[in-house]
Ligand binder design. Structure first.
Ligand code: NG1
Length: 402
């Protein structure tokens, strides 16, 4: 799968006509993302290293003169939704997909006041509840549509920051990684995303490397239990930080505290000061931050084995210290590495979803075959194609004529 010139999904136009008649004029594309490394640390303000991927959310739309947003979805199971662009947009019930468009609209109304709406059809090619940011892609797509319809503009970084906070409307306490990379990605590159202020440094991914994504077939839908488990991690990270900062001296800010004391000193303090669970959570955050810096260096040096080793260490930390993995993810990681991948780890929030594996071109077919035969076939999946695919780094979101 590549993204040299991504084309909109064929059902888009027919679905728009069926829902709203002729006359769609604008097209929005917002890609999904895979996080190479730097997991569960964006909400600590620490840099992360994601890249955008070819599967994207697409919106075909027609502006409206009033403040109504009407959305239909190409996919079955997502009934049409509509809402008014009012100062306080009431949320739909928890878990309803209509809350993502509402989140985008609420954020922009908070910034710009009154807005005109649109009629649109959504076709998303990003697997849902897979840790590939299908939800943030939808939020970004709706925001770009609203800005376009209302002839408003915001620099990508400001929009990403606004939407990162705006997406909390749905009830998750995420960081800003997803919105930043979806808006700011460049083809062929991952980006080191730093926060407060948001800053993207693009790092080329060597063209000969293969980035594989494989689904655990376990839904990581962040409504219900997964949301509670996810939201607990930022709270634990803040709690641990406050205790360590008070003891070693310095601000309760991971970036600045790491700058002041360094990884080793903070790790030592964490292990002696914190109760066991918090100590493990803290160790994940601090060591993962160091792995991001090392991974950027490995990418720049073209050191695939080095990057692979960092992915392995990240997975073990997410499994043992942060406790966000699952046996299916651990199995996928082990099978990918046994079959010749340079490294693999769970990607995204965890609790299900996908792994990301890196391999050289020669090893890729063996890794695919091992996962297809060893993981998917025993689970009754004869064709692993929708669940196991390679991704080239894609460009960021955009809007243009239909
Ligand atoms: P996904 O994988 O899309 O659920 C979530 C957060 C990120 C980040 C990762 C873990 C949202 C929108 N996204 O991503 O900010 O914290 O988990 O690294 O909440």
């Amino acid at each position: 799968m590549t993204d040299a010139s991504p084309n909109p999904p064929p059902p888009l136009t027919a679905a728009f006509r069926a829902a709203f008649g002729p006359g769609a004029t604008r097209l929005v594309r917002a890609p999904g993302r895979v996080n190479l490394i730097g997991e569960h640390i964006d909400y600590c303000g620490l840099p992360v290293l994601p890249m955008a991927i070819p599967p994207a959310a697409w919106l075909l739309l027609r502006p409206r003169a009033d403040g109504l947003v009407r959305l239909a979805d190409c996919a079955p199971g997502y009934p049409p939704r509509e809402f008014r662009l009012e100062r306080e947009i009431p949320p739909a019930p928890p878990g309803d997909w209509g809350n993502y468009p509402r989140a985008a609209a609420q954020a922009l109304i908070g910034r710009f006041g009154e807005l005109r709406g649109f009629d649109a059809v959504l076709c998303s090619r990003i697997p849902a509840a897979s840790g590939l940011s299908s939800s943030s892609a939808l939020v970004v797509a709706v925001a770009l549509a609203l800005l376009d319809v209302n002839r408003l503009d915001l620099p990508a970084e400001s929009l990403a920051e606004l939407l990162a906070l705006g997406e909390r409307y749905v009830g998750t306490r995420g960081g800003g990684m997803d919105q930043a990379i979806i808006l700011g990605a460049r083809p062929g590159a991952a980006a080191r995303v730093g926060f407060a202020p948001l800053r993207l440094e693009h790092v080329r991914v060597p063209g000969a490397w293969r980035i594989l994504v494989a689904s655990s077939l376990v839904s990581a839908r962040k409504s219900g239990p997964a949301r509670r488990a996810y939201n607990l991690r930022p709270r634990e990270a803040v709690e641990a930080l406050a205790i360590v900062a008070a003891h070693v001296g310095g601000p309760a800010d991971y970036v600045r505290l790491l700058g002041l004391h360094g990884v080793e000193r903070l790790l030592e303090a964490g292990q002696t000061l914190l109760p066991p669970t918090l100590a493990r959570r803290f160790r994940h955050v601090v060591t993962e931050a160091a792995r991001v810096d090392a991974a950027v260096a490995a990418l720049i040096a073209g050191d695939l084995a080095g990057l692979g080793a960092l992915l392995g260490a990240s997975h073990r930390s997410l499994r043992d210290d942060l406790e966000v993995s699952r046996p299916e993810l651990d199995e996928l990681v082990a099978r990918a590495v046994d079959a010749g991948a340079a490294g693999a780890r769970l990607t995204g929030a965890g609790f299900g979803g996908c792994i990301v594996a890196v391999a050289d071109a020669a090893a890729e077919p063996g890794v695919r075959a091992a996962l297809a035969e060893g993981f998917y076939r025993p689970r009754g999946v004869a064709d692993a194609t929708p669940h196991l695919f390679s991704v080239d780094p894609a460009g960021g979101a955009g809007v243009g004529p239909a």
